[in-house]
Design a protein around this ligand. Structure first.
Ligand SMILES: *[C@@H]1O[C@H](CO)[C@@H](O)[C@H](O)[C@H]1NC(C)=O
Ligand SMILES: *[C@@H]1O[C@H](CO)[C@@H](O)[C@H](O)[C@H]1NC(C)=O
Ligand SMILES: *[C@@H]1O[C@H](CO)[C@@H](O)[C@H](O)[C@H]1NC(C)=O
Length: 349
């Protein structure tokens, strides 16, 4: 199991490097000098990525890399002649509003790439920042930047969404600007859930709040009833803390006070759908120590612990977002047809 996962990651890495080198060769797109972004996310030192040439990309390169890897708009068509009727049906039936928490300094380095990759598939997409930027655009809410005020940002963002976008979606997801979400899988899972129930879903952490709470970075998604309850009482300071503390734990505490339940999103095989690290970290299990105390499911690792219909990952660097787009939506093993296995088995209701 361990070695399968390692082999898989190793293969993935070689594949990545190979594609990159091929693209470089074909386009004259040279490997640039180290600048801002590490191409590979978290450290698995045993993989010796450095010897394969740990790749760094600066902003311009990323722009070109993105353009090369994923020029196809999901709304128009998939890159292949995939059967996507079901995904299109669910796109209409299970409408998901995504709001991405960002900041003025992250617009060009992160948010713009989120918008160009996974977030295009949201039914409604909002970038919420401390400052309004009409060209991006971002919605500015009156909160100072900085870690100390993430709670206020989330509280005010959900208030804004309750007041302006309640009718635009069936489910309401918060994500960070380094979260990666597979919207088709989100809709598939949610299609088995009831949005009129006071419930929300995400990557379950167990400490601090009695029923636990959901990791902010893995993204969490609220039912309409949850947002309704938040809209009615969530901004009352004697019910929910409005600023300070840890954003996700405070929001979780607030949900508990409002009678909103933490939902179960593991699949029938006990595999996780929301993830608070990037795919490599969950595959290798190269977790920081705190994770074992926090994770409600005991910090499982490896391919067998991750749902085939995984919904989200966190700490995904920009280049990896484009790489994931490539692996998930573009690359295909010939002769296999995906999307039909385990229907109504894996949905989680
Ligand atoms: C607003 O967004 C645009 C487009 O992303 C960007 O070029 C510009 O620098 C931003 N303005 C400010 C004041 O941040
Ligand atoms: C805020 O909550 C408290 C405690 O439940 C309640 O007594 C008060 O009326 C609420 N205030 C508003 C403005 O709803
Ligand atoms: C969570 O849901 C899955 C899928 O329906 C189920 O198999 C599992 O037993 C549930 N876990 C808990 C703790 O209820």
């Amino acid at each position: 199991m361990q070695s399968n996962a390692l082999n898989f990651v190793f293969g993935l890495t070689i594949g990545l490097v190979f594609s990159y080198v091929t693209i470089s060769y074909m386009t004259g797109f040279h490997i640039p000098r180290p600048t801002q972004m590490r191409f590979v996310a978290t450290g698995e030192p045993e993989m010796k990525l450095d010897s394969a040439g740990r790749i760094f990309l600066n902003h311009e390169d990323l722009e070109r890399f993105g353009a090369i890897v994923h020029p196809v708009e999901f709304k128009d068509t998939h890159a292949h002649n995939d059967e996507d009727e079901e995904a299109r049906r669910l796109e209409k039936e299970v409408r998901v509003l995504c709001w991405v928490m960002t900041s003025p300094q992250n617009l060009e380095s992160k948010a713009t790439h989120v918008r160009r990759t996974w977030a295009r598939r949201c039914n409604k997409l909002l970038f919420i920042s401390s400052v309004t930027n009409e060209t991006f655009p971002t919605i500015g809410i009156d909160v100072p930047e900085g870690r100390d005020h993430l709670t206020a940002k989330t509280m005010k963002a959900f208030k804004y969404i309750f007041e302006h976008h309640m009718d635009d979606a069936d489910w309401f997801m918060k994500a960070d600007d380094d979260t990666y979400v597979i919207l088709e899988n989100m809709r598939y899972f949610l299609s088995g859930q009831n949005t009129n129930e006071a419930i929300y879903f995400g990557h379950h952490f167990k400490p601090l709040v009695k029923q636990g709470y959901f990791s902010g970075g893995a993204g969490y998604v609220l039912s309409k009833e949850s947002l309704r309850r938040f809209g009615a009482h969530g901004n009352n300071a004697s019910v929910c803390r409005q600023d300070g503390g840890a954003e996700d734990a405070e929001f979780g505490r607030c949900m508990e006070k409002l009678g909103v339940k933490v939902g179960n999103s593991t699949d029938k095989l006990g595999r996780s759908r929301f993830h608070c690290f990037d795919p490599d970290t969950h595959l290798t299990g190269n977790y920081p120590d705190w994770y074992y105390k926090y994770d409600a499911h005991g910090g499982k690792k490896g391919r067998e612990s991750i749902s085939d219909y995984a919904i989200s990952f966190h700490y995904v660097p920009v280049a990896k977002m484009y790489a994931l787009e490539f692996y998930i939506y573009h690359l295909r093993p010939y002769g296999l047809q995906s999307g039909k296995q385990e229907l109504n088995h894996d949905r989680g209701n």
